[in-house]
Design a protein around this ligand. Structure first.
Ligand SMILES: NC(=O)c1ccc[n+]([C@@H]2O[C@H](COP(=O)([O-])OP(=O)(O)OC[C@H]3O[C@@H](n4cnc5c(N)ncnc54)[C@H](OP(=O)(O)O)[C@@H]3O)[C@@H](O)[C@H]2O)c1
Length: 275
């Protein structure tokens, strides 16, 4: 077994975060599992996790969680910046409020966590930050434009941070899954339902909804992505980026080969076929 590490995970109540927590506990690591729905982490608590309420949009709560972890453990080895959701909806119709909340969770949430843990990691000249990116930081699609924009932001920030802290002994890793069956799909479509789009967009919204629903039916489960996160945590020299699904390897290549316009046409053709 690799040396036992002190690991803070955001968004551990479901999907990747929950499975990663389970795997790390089984390997004997010390896990701080956090999310808003603490009732969904009772099983992790039974397995030895420290379960804490954390809404990543709440700066004071982020600081409180990190302070508690440091008071109890004296150090933090790894932050898994995983909490996030997809605000689906056509670009024009997503409201300013919905968009601000999307960035508050996906982007500012990561910033809050990083600001809280980095002083401890810099002081120790050691640590690892693992940020959940996505294939959509390379290839976007109708109805997920604003979600994709948060993952583009995360990619740009993560790459810069990796260089900034390299000589301080801190590793920064980006995880890039494609479509994976977790709680993500339902949350994204619930968010889409709350977007009031003009009827001009009916065809694209319906087509993309059907295409995306079909894609998720045959999408892999979270196992491979969770394994990649655990590998990155335990590696003494982790990769900069882990692409964790077949589509996250292939779709950016296809786009590069056929060009932006043909890639867009292909997306729309696939959506229209489902109508
Ligand atoms: N599944 C995919 O297809 C896919 C693909 C690429 C990237 N990703 C990324 O992977 C990450 C994890 O997603 P997932 O697929 O595992 O989805 P999931 O099953 O829906 O899990 C999302 C987690 O994020 C937490 N979360 C959401 N809002 C939060 C907030 N304000 N504060 C704290 N926690 C919050 C949720 O916990 P609570 O609701 O209990 O707070 C939940 O535990 C996300 O960053 C997502 O963008 C997913």
């Amino acid at each position: 077994m690799a040396d036992s590490q002190i690991i803070l995970i955001t968004g551990a109540s479901d999907g990747f975060g929950h499975l990663v927590a389970e795997k790390l506990l089984a390997k004997g690591h010390t896990v701080y599992a956090t999310a808003r729905r603490t009732d969904r982490m009772c099983d992790l608590q039974d397995k030895g996790a420290h379960v804490l309420h954390l809404d990543v949009t709440n700066t004071e709560e982020v600081q409180k969680v990190v302070d508690q972890l440091i008071a109890e453990q004296g150090r933090i080895d790894v932050l898994v910046n995983n909490a996030g959701f997809g605000q689906y909806g056509v670009v024009e119709a997503v409201s300013e409020e919905q968009l601000k909340y999307q960035f508050d969770v996906n982007v500012f949430g990561m910033h809050r966590l990083q600001q809280a843990v980095l002083p401890h990691m810099r002081k120790a000249r050691s640590g690892k930050i693992i940020n959940l990116g996505s294939i959509v930081s390379h290839v976007s699609a109708p109805i997920l434009g604003w979600y994709a924009s948060t993952k583009h932001a995360i990619k740009g920030m993560t790459e810069a941070l990796r260089m900034e802290v390299r000589d301080l002994g801190i590793d920064v890793v980006e995880i890039e899954p494609g479509a994976v069956r977790t709680g993500f799909e339902e949350v994204a479509f619930d968010a889409l339902d709350k977007v009031q789009a003009p009827s001009d967009y009916d065809t694209v919204v319906k087509g993309m909804t059907n295409a995306s629903r079909n894609m998720y039916k045959s999408a892999p489960g979270p196992e491979r992505t969770a394994n990649a996160i655990v590998t990155a945590i335990e590696a003494s020299r982790p990769r900069a980026v882990y692409k964790t699904t077949t589509d996250s390897h292939i779709l950016p290549l296809i786009k590069r080969l056929i060009g932006d316009h043909r890639y867009g046409a292909m997306n729309l053709w696939m959506a229209r076929r489902t109508l």
